[in-house]
Design a protein around this ligand. Structure first.
Ligand code: UDP
Length: 316
């Protein structure tokens, strides 16, 4: 039975990957230091093939027995989180990637890095193909995440070239769905929390900046296909359906049947003005594209936040 280790396995994307790999017949080891992940995301998994290890992947990783795949998904991923935890963000992207690659090398395992559209920074090319090198401010507030992930990509390719590790790099664009943290500061949970609390939605800047949102189930399918492909160089995974943040606020209001007002707050520093993946590579190499419509995915996500509203409120 293949053994798959998922760092960040108690996080939003990581916990969905745990379920998918178990369903595919794998033995799954979720590793997490619970900095932004939560046991609540995995405690429903009652399967003898599933194990959780509480560990900070910036420290040496020891795992007994064979490991066939290492998926490195540990990292704070919300701008608010990495502003609050800049050193941890830099460490997990750099030292954590090094340790996870070291484990893959030791075990002769395939390695997949969760990279990000943030490697493109505030892009001057639109949409963004994998061949675009990006426009990142290394000393801006987002630099801690962007540069850590750029370093992680460089380290991954170096392990491939110099140690022959079989590696994959997914550049993940905005992804949403159940198990995001309600107060992680990202736009999807923030807007949904506002309508559930019957409070104004806060749009940053003019709201004319754009994003495209991919539902978690589609992303997981893309990760599965990428891992099972032969492509070593980065592949974008995300949605091409681009919309302004202001329109997104109206969409959330409509789907949640809410009439809360929209208020405008200053735009955070270095907030990218546009973002949309060029999916040519994913389509050609993986035969992959998102299937779940934004309305369907958001409705499921609103339902999740409604059902978990009490549990996800801050303590004290
Ligand atoms: N945003 C917003 N209100 C919020 C949270 C975010 O208007 O409460 C905006 C943010 O400025 C950005 C977009 O929504 O332009 C997406 O932000 P998010 O934090 O989800 O991730 P990003 O794509 O910037 O990494």
């Amino acid at each position: 039975m293949p053994v798959t280790l998922i760092t960040g396995g108690a996080g939003f994307i990581g916990s969905h990957l745990c379920e998918r790999f178990l369903a595919e017949g794998h033995h799954v080891i979720a590793m997490d230091n619970l900095l932004t992940g939560s046991v609540a995301n995995i405690e429903h998994i009652r399967d003898p093939r599933f194990h959780f290890i509480h560990h900070d992947v910036t420290e040496y990783i020891y795992v007994k027995g064979p490991v066939h795949n290492v998926l490195h998904f540990a990292s704070p991923a919300s701008p608010a989180d990495y502003l609050r935890m800049p050193i941890q963000t830099l460490k997990v992207g750099s030292l954590g990637t090094h340790k996870a690659l070291g484990l893959a090398r030791e075990k002769n395992a395939r390695f997949l890095l969760a990279s990000t559209s943030e490697v493109y920074g505030d892009p001057e090319v639109h949409p963004q193909p994998e061949s675009y090198w990006g426009n990142v401010n290394p000393v801006g507030p987002r630099g801690v995440y962007d540069e850590a992930k750029r370093f992680a990509e460089a380290m991954t390719i170096a392990y491939h070239r110099y140690h022959g590790v079989d590696t994959r790099i997914a550049r993940i664009f905005n992804t949403y769905g159940p198990r995001m943290r309600m107060y992680d500061g990202r736009v999807v949970p923030s807007f949904i929390a506002s309508v559930l609390r019957n409070e104004p939605i806060t749009v940053y800047g003019s709201g004319k900046q754009t994003r495209s949102f991919c539902y978690i189930d589609d992303l997981v399918e893309g990760i599965w296909r990428l891992l099972n492909s032969n492509e070593v160089m980065p592949v974008n995974l995300g949605s091409e359906f681009e919309m302004s943040i202001e329109d997104f606020a109206h969409l959330i209001k409509r789907l949640a049947k809410s009439d809360v007002p929209i208020v405008y707050h200053p735009l955070p520093e270095d907030d990218p003005k546009t973002r949309r993946p060029d999916l040519t590579k994913a389509r050609t190499l993986l035969g992959w594209e998102p299937k779940v419509s934004l309305e369907e995915g958001l409705s499921r996500t609103i339902e999740y936040f409604r059902a978990n509203y009490e549990r996800t409120q801050p303590q004290g």
